[in-house]
Design a binder for this molecule. Structure first.
Ligand SMILES: [Zn+2]
Length: 274
C-alpha cells in the first residue's frame, strides 16, 4: 500500500521506527535556493574555474582575487532564502530526540532555516580563519570591505573558513559525523553527495553498522545500489512529502503506545485490587 505521499509504506514504517537519525546533505538542497555549485563550465566566474580558486595555492598567489570570488558568492547566498527542503529537515530535527544533521554545504542556509548546530564538514562561508594564528572568526559583513580582510588581532590575512581542494576535513566535524554515522539506525542522504572521500564514505559506515539508508536525489548515483532506497526527485519536492508521511506515522505510533501504556496501568491496578 502506498500512502498519499507516493512513498512506499514500508520505507515510512522503517524510518518511523528509527530512534537515531542522521541526515547528510549536499549541494542538492542548496541548489533549489538558487545557489550554484560553482563547478564545471556553468561555474565559471570571470573566466576562472572553482577548482582554480578554491585552493591554498590560488590564495597565496592572489588573495584579493580569491576573496572577491567569495564576496560574490556570499552576496548570492545572502540574497537567497532557505527552501522547503531545509524547512522539512528542521521539522525532522524537532521530532527525533537523537538527530544529527551533517552538511557538505558552506552557505549556512540550514541554520537560517532553523536547524540547530549542523555539523559542517566543509566549513562555513560566513566565517574566516587567521592565516597566522588559525583563530576562527565570524565574518558577516556583506559586501566585504576591505578585500582581502585582515585579522583584527594580529593583522595577518584572513582566509575563508572553508575546506579547499586538497585540504583535509576539519577534524572535529569529521569525528562528529563519523561517530553519528557509526551509531545511527537510519540515515537520510539528500544529494547529490560528494564523491570525495571521506564524506562519501559516511553512508557506507552507517550501512555497515546496520542502519537503514535512504537517499533523496534527482538521479541514481554510485551509492544507490548499495543502500535500501532512492527517492528520485528534487529535495524541495520529495523531502516535505517524506517528512509529512514520517511525522504522521510517528505521531500514530506514539498515540498507540500511549494507549498501550494506559492499558498496562489499568491491568496492574486491577491485579492490586483483587
Ligand atoms: Zn591573527
Amino acid at each position: 500500500m502506498e500512502p498519499a505521499s507516493g512513498i512506499a509504506h514500508g520505507l515510512i514504517e522503517r524510518l518511523g521506527r528509527s530512534s537515531r537519525l542522521v541526515v547528510l546533505t549536499g549541494s542538492g538542497v542548496s541548489s533549489e535556493s538558487g545557489i550554484p555549485t560553482f563547478r564545471g563550465e556553468e561555474g565559471l566566474w570571470r573566466q576562472h574555474r572553482a577548482e582554480d580558486l578554491a585552493t591554498w595555492e590560488a590564495f597565496e598567489r592572489d588573495p584579493e582575487l580569491v576573496w572577491n570570488w567569495y564576496d560574490y558568492r556570499r552576496r548570492i547566498i545572502a540574497d537567497a532564502e532557505p527552501n522547503r527542503g531545509h524547512k522539512a529537515i528542521v521539522r525532522l530535527e524537532g521530532d527525533f530526540d537523537d538527530f544529527t544533521l551533517v552538511t557538505q554545504n558552506v552557505d549556512g542556509l540550514h541554520e537560517r532555516a532553523g536547524s540547530v548546530g549542523p555539523v559542517e564538514l566543509h566549513g562555513n562561508i560566513w566565517r574566516a580563519r587567521c592565516t597566522k594564528e588559525h583563530t576562527i572568526v565570524d565574518l558577516l559583513e556583506n559586501p566585504l570591505s576591505p578585500i582581502p580582510p585582515k585579522c583584527a588581532q594580529c593583522g595577518a590575512l584572513l582566509r575563508p573558513d572553508v575546506v579547499w581542494f586538497g585540504e583535509p576535513l576539519p577534524m572535529e566535524a569529521y569525528e562528529l559525523s563519523h561517530q553519528a554515522a557509526s551509531t545511527c539506525d537510519a540515515m537520510l542522504l539528500v544529494g547529490p553527495s560528494a564523491v570525495v572521500r571521506p564524506a562519501a564514505s559516511l553512508p557506507l559506515v552507517a550501512k555497515h553498522n546496520g542502519a537503514f539508508v535512504v537517499e533523496v536525489n534527482p538521479n541514481y548515483t554510485h551509492i544507490s545500489a548499495l543502500i535500501e532506497a532512492t527517492l528520485i526527485g528534487k529535495a524541495g519536492v520529495v523531502l516535505p512529502k517524506l517528512v509529512d508521511a514520517l511525522l504522521d506515522r510517528r505521531s500514530g505510533m506514539r498515540s498507540r503506545s500511549d494507549r498501550q501504556d494506559t492499558g498496562a496501568e489499568n491491568e496492574v491496578k486491577e491485579q492490586t485490587a483483587s
